[in-house]
Design a protein around this ligand. Structure first.
Ligand SMILES: Cc1ncc(COP(=O)(O)O)c(C=O)c1O
Length: 409
């Protein structure tokens, strides 16, 4: 104990010590394969320039390829000319643009809900919707594989309010029911789930989940980040895909995928949206989405509604890659979304396959522990409508060549 330091308060080291210890990132860098933070120098959509080389993009969430659509780019540029580069304030005060109101109205109408509210990112949306809705004695039921932003919202509710948080096994409706049975019948309950799960691209069994919600008087919240523009009639999302629009209380999503921008929104009953507008600190105390981001999302929503062939092309592209990889012998589950997971179960193998594909000019995403549980390493290939036949052939040829070389197939 240092001289004069009260007992129990002796100096045990800096909180930064952990930063100087060997981290997971150091371990990965030491293997010579570090697949993260690769900078894009230019992007035409399906092809990007990375480290001076042209690379086929097979890892983006730009599902309909709208980030480079002429109408979307033009709308963003015009908005900068009209409103400048930032709204410079919260919606509550000086940050509301007519564009925000227009987008909220159009999103609500498209989704089939009474009202919508914009947030500055998808991550903030999940947090900003969940936290203000739960009270001390309300229960949140959340799928084990829900996105990190939902987990953050739940932990905030648990930390700040001591709200009970219950995580059920992934897409396991028997487990969910068992857990619903255990809580007081009169307690408020929210069931929150991704519509399409962001890592493996599987879909929630929403019909069963909504039946349970009805039986146990719970509200249903869906994160449609990977379903908006992908599933349902005209890309209206998971609830529409199941014909259960009225059974889902709140739908939230991001602009960073199909809507080719940055921001997020929640859609639902007018009174609930109005409540969030005045109670959600993630909404109230954060700068509103910029005019260019909002105008880009508005234009992307317009393209989504006027060029429905893009959704068909996206599904065609996903099917070509999924069946092509399955036929080669890769472990690829069946699916109906734009995410095609290649299961490898081994971190080193996943990193080697990633590097081989990158050297062949193909970019996909690699998921290893701790991002996913140990032993579940995988590559996430995600498709875009803007990929042409020649790109699909290059993706499949590269997977074949490297998979054989590494004896994966
Ligand atoms: C399911 C899901 N929800 C929320 C988000 C967060 O969205 P954003 O990137 O707009 O913050 C993501 C982003 O990857 C996601 O996959």
């Amino acid at each position: 104990m240092a001289h004069g330091t009260p007992e129990g308060l002796e100096y045990r080291g800096s909180i930064f010590d952990k930063c100087y210890a060997v981290t997971k990132a150091d371990q990965l860098r030491n293997t010579g394969i570090y697949p993260y933070f690769r900078a894009i120098q230019e992007s035409e959509g399906p092809e990007v320039i990375m480290e001076g080389r042209k690379i086929v993009m097979a890892g983006s969430n730009n599902y309909l390829g709208l980030t480079t659509h002429p109408q979307v780019k033009e709308a963003a540029i015009k908005a900068i000319e009209q409103y400048g580069t930032s709204s410079s304030g919260s919606r509550f005060l000086t940050g509301t643009l007519d564009l925000h109101n227009e987008l909220e109205m159009k999103l609500a109408k498209f989704i089939g809900k009474e009202a919508a509210l914009l947030f500055s990112t998808g991550y903030q949306t999940s947090q900003g919707v969940l936290f203000p809705l739960v009270g001390r004695s309300d229960y949140i039921f959340s799928d084990h594989e829900n996105h990190a932003s939902i987990v953050a919202g739940m932990l905030l509710a648990r930390g700040a309010l001591n709200a009970p948080v219950v995580r059920y096994h992934h897409n396991d409706m028997e487990d969910l029911e068992k857990r619903l049975q255990r809580v007081p019948a009169k307690a408020g309950k929210i069931i929150v789930t991704d519509g399409v799960f962001s890592t493996f691209g599987d879909i929630v069994p929403l019909d069963q989940l909504c039946s349970l919600a009805k039986k146990y008087h719970a509200q249903v919240l869906i994160d449609d980040a990977h379903s908006f523009g992908v599933l349902g009639e005209g890309g209206r999302g998971t609830a529409n895909h199941y014909g259960l629009n009225h059974e889902v209380d709140l739908v939230f999503s991001t602009f960073s995928k199909t809507l080719a921008s940055i921001g997020g929104f929640v859609a639902g009953e007018k009174r609930v949206i109005d409540y969030l507008k005045h109670e959600s600190s993630a909404f109230m105390f954060s700068c509103s989405p910029s005019a260019s981001a909002t105008a880009a999302a508005l234009a992307a929503l317009h393209v989504l509604q006027t060029e429905p062939e893009l959704i068909r092309k996206l599904h065609f592209n996903a099917k070509v890659i999924r069946t092509g990889l399955q036929q080669m012998g890769y472990d690829v589950p069946d699916g109906q979304t734009a995410i095609v997971p290649v299961l490898l179960y081994d971190d080193a193998k996943a990193c080697q396959l990633w590097q081989g594909l990158y050297d062949e000019g193909i970019f996909v995403n690699v998921f290893i522990a701790p991002a996913i549980p140990p032993g579940r390493a995988m590559l996430r290939t995600s498709l875009m409508a803007s990929l042409e036949g020649s790109h699909l052939s290059r993706i499949l040829e590269a997977y074949k060549k490297i998979g054989k070389r590494l004896r994966i197939i």
